[in-house]
Ligand binder design. Structure first.
Ligand code: UDX
Ligand code: ADP
Length: 501
């Protein structure tokens, strides 16, 4: 490889806006990185690398000028606990956000591809295969732009063999004399805990080929992480294993949630409590206690997409039993969302039509403003279809985002949606005059609310449907609420409201 740790190919003027001190720190870095895609993966990952590696200069680029402007402002485009302080310290020191992709590509020794890879919504593989058009665009742009050798690192979640496709694009479009090494380095961070996950990863996975050049490229990438990650936690594998491991890790996590959610239904029909069962089962060190929280179903940009990726791979390989096995994980997740909505309707005299219902939480989990595949969206859709009026409160999700998601999910335009949905600025306003509170996201603030006060402002009988098992149900019942939740049979002494239908 012509890239050299100590002699970066180009010094830069991308330090525009930086202080004199920061310029001197960043004009002679040991390595220059360009990250294509300033999203949930690219932004936090590069912030941590830059904060841990003052000798590395990183430019994160995006096609969205709005997103880049936000990264350069005081209101970052994503909410991630602890991230603001880190970005503030290193921005324009050795971390830069820019829309000038060509320039950043040319200056870089190593390029991360961190673009979005949604599930295909058209053509072959609709609803199953990953849409790799953004990855392909990024690869083509690198090939057309780069005038010297690069290490290209695939960070986005991709199907197995994506690195192979990137290699082919680079090889067939490259400028004369330029060569590439392509590595897979999947990111395992979870939203809401991204800073912690990046600072103390369980492992860093690097996949590459076994040639001399491939091994050198792996070494360079590994060197970056060795700034703060113990060497024994940096795993190197072949490219396929690395790509597949990412899908399998997410599929296993999703499978655990679907497993415990099937058990939640058994618990509701018997006298068992899913929390107690999860605790008893999770204490077996072979099983472990993580990812056993029953819920209204997993959301987020990765789990469903990656399970579908695995299903698509199995189908393509004609491994039908494998595909069917993993399909159940998705089906159970869909069923859990619907089951929860049904629980609400059934226990409110069989109808929510014309009733005001307060929705607590719209994000797919706490500590993020991300709503991609959030189970709240699905629960809201079912309730809207049943004629309910929803008053939605989420501490971080914007009303624009909520209307966009619900409009897309229900097929109703945003103006018509206003007849069914209102956004509340705080939980007490959402609950006032409502018949029921539905907890969809496990935000800590919902635990600490004054439920006596809330009860006094609600219609009677008043209900709480706890889809996250976070509230004190005994206390709520002592106030007078009828309480229903995932994974626990409702106590008999509640006001009997179940529809005989
Ligand atoms: C996930 C993986 O955890 C991460 O390693 C990968 O890089 C990206 O995908 P993320 O989607 O950000 O991360 O969040 P995660 O914490 O995994 O939660 C996903 C969904 O599962 C959320 O909706 C969450 O509420 C739900 N969940 C999680 C449960 O319902 N029960 C649990 O026990 C854990
Ligand atoms: P993830 O959760 O995987 O990080 P996001 O959607 O949050 O996904 O972020 C991906 C980012 O990649 C988006 O901001 C998008 O604008 C950006 N992007 C997609 N294609 C390109 C490209 N060719 N060049 C630069 N940025 C891109």
């Amino acid at each position: 490889m012509a890239t050299d740790f100590k002699t970066p190919s180009i010094t830069t003027d991308s330090t525009k806006g930086a202080t004199t001190d920061s310029i001197s720190q960043s004009t002679n870095p040991a390595l220059r990185i360009c990250c294509i895609g300033a999203g949930y993966v690219g932004g936090p990952t590069c912030a941590i690398i830059a904060s841990k590696c003052p000798d590395i200069h990183i430019t994160v680029v995006d096609v969205s000028a709005e997103r880049i402007a936000a990264w350069n402002s005081d209101a970052l485009p994503i909410f991630e606990p602890g991230l603001d302080e880190i970005v503030r310290k290193i921005r324009n020191r050795n971390l830069f956000f820019s829309t000038d992709t060509d320039k950043a590509i040319n200056e870089a020794d190593l390029i991360f591809i961190s673009v979005n890879t949604p599930t295909k919504s058209y053509g072959f593989g609709t609803g199953r295969a990953a849409d790799l058009r953004y990855v392909e665009e990024a690869a083509r742009q690198i090939a057309h732009t780069a005038t010297n050798n690069k290490i290209v690192v695939e960070k986005s979640t991709v199907p197995v063999k994506a690195c192979e496709s990137i290699k082919t694009i680079l090889k067939t479009n490259k400028r004369p004399g330029v060569s590439y090494q392509v590595l897979s380095n999947p990111e395992f961070l979870a939203e809401g805990s991204a800073v912690h996950d990046l600072l103390a990863p369980d492992r860093v996975l690097i996949g590459g080929d076994e040639s001399i050049e491939g091994s050198l490229a792996i070494k360079k990438l590994s060197w970056i992480y060795e700034h703060w990650v113990p060497k024994e936690k940096i795993l190197t594998t072949n490219t396929w294993s690395s790509e597949l491991s990412k899908l399998v890790a997410n599929a296993f996590l999703a499978q655990r949630i679907s497993s415990i959610n099937t058990i939640s239904a058994v618990c509701e029909a018997t006298g068992a409590s899913v929390k107690e069962v999860a605790k008893a089962v999770g204490l077996d060190s072979r099983i472990g206690n993580k990812f056993l929280d029953a819920s209204i179903g997993f959301g987020g940009s990765c789990f469903q997409k990656d399970v579908y990726n695995l299903i698509y791979l199995a189908e393509s390989l004609k491994l039908e039993p494998v595909a069917q096995y993993w399909l159940q994980v998705i089906k159970v997740n869909d069923w859990q969302r619907e089951r929860f909505a049904h629980m609400i309707v059934q226990n409110m005299f069989g109808s929510v039509s014309g009733k005001k219902i307060a929705i607590f939480g719209f994000a797919f989990k706490k500590d993020t403003a991300d709503t991609r595949e959030s189970s709240s969206i699905y629960v809201c859709r079912y309730l809207i279809e049943e004629g309910a009026t929803l008053h939605i409160y989420d501490p971080k999700v914007t009303s624009e985002r909520i209307f966009l998601d619900l409009s897309e999910q229900t097929g109703t335009n945003e103006t018509d949606l206003l007849n069914h949905v209102q956004i509340a600025n705080e939980p007490y306003a959402a609950a006032k005059d409502s018949h029921a509170i539905v907890v969809c996201t496990e935000w800590d603030e919902f635990i600490k609310l004054d439920y006596e006060l809330i009860y006094s402002t609600m219609q009677k009988p008043s209900y709480v449907f706890d889809g996250r098992l976070i509230l004190d149900h005994d206390q709520l019942m002592s106030i007078g609420f009828n309480v229903f939740c995932i994974g626990k049979k409702p106590p008999k002494n509640q006001f009997l409201t179940q529809s005989p239908l």
